[in-house]
Every structure is written in structure tokens, then in C-alpha cells.
Design a protein around this ligand. Sequence first.
Ligand code: FEO
Length: 389
Amino acid sequence: MLVTKDIYYVGVNDHQLDLFEGQYEVPLGMAYNSYVIVDEKIAIMDTVDINFTEEWLKNVKEVLEGKEPTYLIVHHVEPDHSASIQKILETYPNLTVVCSQQASNLINQFYPSLKDCKKEIVKDGDCLSLGTHELTFYTAPMVHWPEVMMSYEKTSKVLFSADAFGKFGANDVEDPEGWTCEARRYYFGIVGKFGIQVQAILKKLANLEIDYICSLHGPILHESVQDCVKLYQTWSSYEAEEEGIFIAYASIYGHTKEAALLLQKELEAQGYTNVKISDLAREDIYECVENAFRYSTLVLASVTYNGGLFPIMKEFIDHLLSRDYKKRKIAFIENGSWGPMAYKTMKTMFENSKEITYIEPVITIKSSLTEENQNQIKELATSLKNTSL
Ligand code: FEO
């Protein structure tokens, strides 16, 4: 498939994968993208997952039409992109691997047999001419590993962005939700912790005219480039994407759930309708993480358990904290029949988070909702609504 003049897509789609990177559900599969630039010198951009080496090699050969490639550009060494390097070097032994110094070290660690392969180490700002096309390299440490670099091809105005701007989902199925939803779950799941580093690379790229973004996962971006860059600006600066409330609850016998649902009902009755609610134990935890970052306000409703917090709520908050959750409003509902401890534990967990505003009242339920609890929930709905105006 032609991306633009002389640049071809040679990636593959994975519908066998159960969990991406061992933890992320991918109901629409996953794409491992790779590209070929055909010029006086031919460059192959990255490889694919080990289970798709043969299919990928066939795609590459079809584009090459018997010609010899000169370069294999390695933007990222995580095995979903590097696992077929050995095979391509066996097929084309004269290939020079172009990568950062750290990428070279990682290649040697992952694939010791490649220690002596021909490599050209590039640094930030280095250029590589292929003939008409010229690549400029931009290091992008921690987006998503330390060795990552991106490259910009100035003739076609194409950015090869490594993992950035990727999404979950294979390219041969249409995502009914479009690009943003699964790109957001991917971003906060995978690079959410590295907002500062994402901001740094966005700054480096700010003056480039970008017509196409060719990521290592998901569709090639063209008409939506500006919108997607804008979303990355928002996400990486930890600003909420929209004014709204995400209620995340963990319930055992249904009373905490009842409180969460009542809060949603009260908010809607008061005219506040942008409310999303999730049962943490029964929904994809990374959908929940994504929603916590998406909306401006988070309500946490949890039962007490073993003198502390119910495990799934603890895990959820850990996911948020390990991704530097900040700049949000938070409210709490706790339940504990004889020694409620959930609120205290949750509040303590957030003590090092920056720019958090707590919304009151904190609601304590003892077993089941009392009339007082119901009135407190109404009061909390009003406070949440008023702080959102
Ligand atoms: Fe798609 Fe970080 O590997």
C-alpha cells in the first residue's frame, strides 16, 4: 500500500494476540506497522512481531521488486518492532542498521547474534539522504523506551513517530469509535507516565510541517494530524480533555454501587449529564484509567476491606499514581460496616499528587444507605456541579 510517493506501508495485523504487552486487552487486534522508502537507496522502517515475520517479509519483497535495500531504520527496539531484525539481516546481509546508541545496546542485549551486524549510530538532528528523500532523526527518550527516536522525511513531510500516535486495534478492521478512544487508552496505558518527555518531543517537532504521521501502531494519520497533535498536547500536559465526571466504584453487596448510581442520578437531575460510571471489578481497568485522565473530576466510591481499601480500588489508584495523576478534582464515598477505612486510605494515597482539589462532603456509609447518606449524596452532586461551572 502506498502512503505517499515512494513510501509504502508493509505492516501486518495481529488478531491472535490475547493481551498486548502482556496486559492490555485488544478486542480489535493490533497492528505492527512498518514502511519502505524507495529511492536511490532503499530504507526499511522497523520490523514486526516475531509471529508475523514471514508475512511482513513477503510484503517487503513485493515492494522491493528484487531490489536490494540499503538501510534498516530502527526507531524502537521493543520486540513488537524489532523481533524480525535477525530475519531481515539474514535475507539482506548488506543492510546497515540505523539506530541510536542506546538502541544498539538494546539490540545487542535482545539479539546477541547481531552484535557484529553493520550499524550506523545516529544522534539527535542527524540527517540521512536516500537520494530524493532525506530523513532527519529526533531522539524521543521514554516515548516509550529510552532508545526511541523518530524520523522526519522532508520531501513527503512524513513523520515516522515510533509508538507515539499509535492506538490499539488492527488496521484491517474499522474501529467504530474512530481514532481517539483507543489511542487515548493506549497513550495513558503505555506512555501516560512520561508526559514531560512527550512534551519535549512535541516541542522539537513543533516547527515541522507534517502531512502524514506514520506510527508503529494503528492507522496512518493524514487529515487528522493537527487534531491528534493537539490531543497529545492535552494528554501529555495532564490537562483534562473535557469537563466531566468519572465515577469509579468498588462494591461487594451492592450498597456502594447504589450510592454511586444515586450520585449519577442526582447529577443528571441537576442538569449535569457528562457523567461516566464504571464498576472497577468488572470493566477493563485501562478503560477506567483512560477515563480518569479524560475527565476533569473523579469520584471514588469504595468499600473498606481488611482494615484498608478494597483490592481493585487500590490497584486502580496505583495505576493512576504511577502515571503521575494530577490537575483534577476528586470526591470520595466510602463504606465500612464497623470500621470504615477506605476514605482515609484513598486520601493518603493521593497525598503526593499535585494540583488536586478535593470536593466535599466526604460520604461515609455504614453497611446500607441511610436517609442522611441520601441527602449527603444530593449535597455532593450540587458541590460537584458548582465546582464545574
Ligand atoms: Fe510498540 Fe513500545 O512498542
